[in-house]
Design a protein around this ligand. Structure first.
Ligand code: C2E
Ligand code: CA
Ligand code: CA
Ligand code: CA
Length: 279
């Protein structure tokens, strides 16, 4: 056993060591998953509120580590960002999402777009647009079936540059969505200038809309503003019918959430789509 004594400094050191060890282990797992092809993509359906039809999917990364199980993005995305492994990881997810989507569209199982999350580092790559195009071409996927999700923070780092990159992607037929809207600090002045099609309202705003008047008003004004700017709106993290009812009365067009489906492995997703069970 290690000596701890009354030495606070040493205790602090030990817990720091523990977190360093955990981090290193996770980094190894991430590298291993990339090397051995254990990066998986799960898909969460997006629904139109007016008729409860599936209109698209969001691709979400998972690490499937043998002997450990599934590791969720909250645990590895920040580390992937720090180490730069996010570039490779993000491209794997994009590639897999394009491959799956192409097949599903061809089979008539899914229409609309598959949305893939882009990290800050990925977005700021000088050759991002060329990389995305290369993957689309390699997979034979039409850009009209792809959407990229970017967070506000990414765009506000260098808005002018972001506008250029986004315009480039959009010219190629790729749609863009602003993810986690409301949690960042995008200025409304820029919101007008960003060439995006969709705002995704963060789950934090949706959580309490059925109980909290303030939250409901906030969401109402985000939706109204988005529509005034000609943008579509997706509510994230819809978990119950009360939220759904309110979102419908506020004219929100689309929703994602556990009420409809959790992110699912491809095989389970296809089963769900075949049965089309929606509340
Ligand atoms: P996000 O892009 O905001 O994705 C939505 C997250 O909310 C997903 O978590 C999803 O499982 C979860 N979610 C959806 N509906 C509900 C609901 O009704 N209730 C609750 N409690 N949660 C819900 P997930 O898959 O763990 O992903 C977390 C975050 O990790 C994502 O947030 C995204 O920022 C990041 N991420 C995931 N995959 C990728 C990726 O391939 N690349 C990058 N750069 N980031 C990714
Ligand atoms: Ca997202
Ligand atoms: Ca989000
Ligand atoms: Ca989020």
């Amino acid at each position: 056993a290690k000596r701890r004594g009354g030495n606070g400094y040493q205790f602090f050191n030990e817990s720091m060591n523990q977190s360093a060890v955990r981090r290193l282990k996770l980094e190894n797992q991430l590298r291993q998953a990339l090397r051995d092809g254990h990066v998986e993509v799960h898909y969460q359906p997006k629904l139109a509120l007016k008729d409860r039809q599936f209109v698209g999917l969001e691709a979400l990364a998972r690490l499937n580590i043998p002997g450990v199980g599934m590791i969720n993005p909250v645990d590895f995305i920040p580390l992937a960002e720090e180490t730069g492994l996010i570039i490779e990881l993000g491209e794997r997810v994009l590639q897999q999402a394009c491959r799956d989507m192409k097949q599903w569209v061809e089979q008539g199982l899914v229409s609309g777009r598959v949305a893939v999350n882009l990290s800050a580092r990925q977005f700021m790559q000088p050759d991002l647009s060329a990389r995305v195009t290369r993957i689309l071409n390699a997979e034979g996927m039409a850009p009209e079936h792809l959407e990229l999700e970017i967070t506000e923070g990414v765009l506000m780092e260098d808005p002018e540059r972001a506008i250029e990159i986004m315009t480039d992607l959009q010219t190629k037929g790729i749609d863009l969505a602003l993810d986690d809207f409301g949690t960042g600090y995008s200025s409304l002045a820029y919101l007008k200038r960003f060439p995006i099609q969709t705002l995704k309202i963060d789950k934090a705003f949706i959580n309490d809309i059925s109980q909290a008047e303030r939250d409901r008003k906030m969401v109402a004004s985000i939706i109204a503003m988005a529509h005034n700017l000609g943008l579509h709106v997706v509510a994230e993290g819809v978990e119950n019918k009360d939220q759904l009812t309110i979102l419908s009365t506020l004219n929100c067009e689309y929703a994602q959430g556990f009420l409809f489906a959790k992110p699912l492995p491809a095989s389970e997703l296809l089963q769900r789509l075949a049965i089309r069970v929606v509340p």
